[in-house]
Structures are given as structure tokens and as C-alpha cells.
Design a protein around this ligand. Structure first.
Ligand SMILES: Nc1nc(=O)[nH]c2c1ncn2[C@H]1C[C@H](O)[C@@H](COP(=O)(O)OP(=O)(O)O)O1
Length: 222
């Protein structure tokens, strides 16, 4: 296991990941939802570099995530536990994607309120937040966009969850998929084979579950 390093300490390969510093940001273009900027920074040797970065214009505050992703766990009597996924057309791919329910944080909204609202809007279900992650990077090579992942347990036997009705926003056409947790990875592989684009975080969640079951043995580094 690598030993912990103090700030600015030089690692085995002669670099320090902690000594790159921000210089300035230059905005190149902005639309209603996204902005493209050049970020100038100094690398650990002092050399100035530039990186193209996209960001969301909807960002509420630097320390809050752009988005909330919901990991729904649907529990019902006499049923295997399921998760709830959403299928929608994503113009970035011009294809349908399979994702966990998710959405952008509104101003003055907590992540918990946002998770429950988005779950209701996109799937019709009502649930209880059981766990929340810190904000984490969504695509660090191209964007400063972040999300918090909230596990929401849905009691499928409650009256309000018997006939869940979506409250879709204008222009939102979402198909709800109920998938048994035990079959998640194989279903995602099926969707992928059928030409849909599976969200990488959802895929990694399913793969990690398989790893813990011991069905796929992660390679031990030599
Ligand atoms: N990159 C985007 N381009 C757009 O033309 N419109 C966009 C972008 N990102 C968000 N939006 C708009 C469109 C909808 O009104 C909402 C959708 O947001 P939300 O449902 O919260 O999030 P997603 O599930 O990620 O679509 O925002």
C-alpha cells in the first residue's frame, strides 16, 4: 500500500499531484445550459498549461453538486428486491440511455429534497433516503460537473406506491424499468446489446455487486 504523502511531497515517479496550481479561467463560449472555458494552470514543474473545460450554467454553488443521482431500492412483500431505472432519448448520443433516475439541483433545494422530487417526477415512486455520498466527479477529463448519489428505499407495499404515476417535465419522455437487483448486470448487458447506451456509473454499480458476489474475480495486481 502506498504511504501517505504530505502536501507537495514528491512521489516515486518524481512528480507531485498536489502542487499543480490554478492560474486563470478564460470563457470561450456559453449557451443556456453549458459553458466552455480554457483553464490555465501551472504543472508541478512550474510549466504553464491549458485545459478545455465545460461547466453547467445551472451550478447553484461550488460546494453543492450539480446533480443528484438516485439509487432506488424497491422492496415488496414476496418479491425479490428491485431497482428502478429510466430509459430516455439523450440527444448527446442520439440514442436511448439506461440510467439511474437523476436530475439537476434547483436553487435553494437540499440534495435530499431534490432526490425525492426527481424520483417522484421520473418514476412516480415515493421513498426514504437511506444513504448519501459526498459530491463526486462525473467526467473529470472534460467537465467540473459533480453529483451526489442517494440511496432511496421504496416501500412498494405502501398505497402511494401501488400505481406510481410520473410527473414528467415538459419535453421529458421517460420509460420506467423495474429490474431485479440479482439480474442487474445481465439486464444492462442486454440493453447494451440492443443498442442502448448504459450509464457508466450504473454499470459500475452492477459490476461491483457481481464482484462482491464472487461471480467475477477481480485480478490481483502482481
Ligand atoms: N445540456 C443541456 N442542454 C439542453 O438543451 N438542456 C438541458 C441541458 N441540461 C439540462 N437541460 C435542461 C433540460 C430540462 O429542462 C432540464 C432537465 O434537467 P433534469 O431533469 O434536472 O436533468 P436530467 O435528468 O439530467 O435531464 O434541464
Amino acid at each position: 500500500m502506498p504511504s501517505e504523502k504530505a502536501a507537495g511531497e514528491i512521489s516515486e515517479n518524481g512528480t507531485s499531484s498536489q502542487s499543480s496550481t490554478f492560474i486563470k479561467q478564460e470563457d470561450l463560449a456559453s449557451g443556456k445550459w453549458l459553458k466552455l472555458s480554457n483553464v490555465y494552470y501551472a504543472d508541478p514543474t512550474g510549466r504553464q498549461r491549458v485545459w478545455e473545460v465545460t461547466s453547467r450554467t445551472t451550478k447553484v454553488a461550488g460546494d453543492l453538486p450539480d446533480a443528484v443521482v438516485i439509487i432506488p431500492i424497491l422492496r415488496r412483500n414476496l418479491h425479490y428486491d428491485c431497482t428502478i431505472l429510466v430509459k430516455q432519448f439523450r440527444p448527446a448520443f442520439c440514442k436511448y440511455t439506461i440510467e439511474f433516475p437523476a436530475g439537476l439541483l434547483d436553487p435553494n433545494e437540499t440534495v435530499e429534497t431534490c432526490a425525492k422530487r426527481e424520483l417522484k417526477e421520473e418514476t412516480g415512486y415515493t421513498g426514504v433516503v437511506k444513504h448519501s455520498t459526498p459530491a463526486s466527479a462525473l467526467d473529470g477529463g472534460m467537465s467540473n460537473s459533480t453529483a451526489q448519489f442517494l440511496t432511496v428505499q421504496i416501500d412498494g407495499d405502501l398505497p402511494e406506491n401501488q400505481n406510481p404515476e410520473q410527473k414528467s417535465d415538459e419535453g421529458e419522455f421517460i420509460e420506467v424499468l423495474t429490474v431485479p437487483m440479482d439480474e442487474l448486470l445481465s439486464k444492462l448487458n442486454e440493453y447494451s446489446t440492443e443498442g442502448m447506451v448504459v450509464d457508466s456509473r450504473l454499470y459500475m454499480y452492477a459490476l461491483a455487486m457481481e464482484h462482491t458476489k464472487g461471480m467475477v474475480q477481480p485480478k490481483t495486481p502482481k
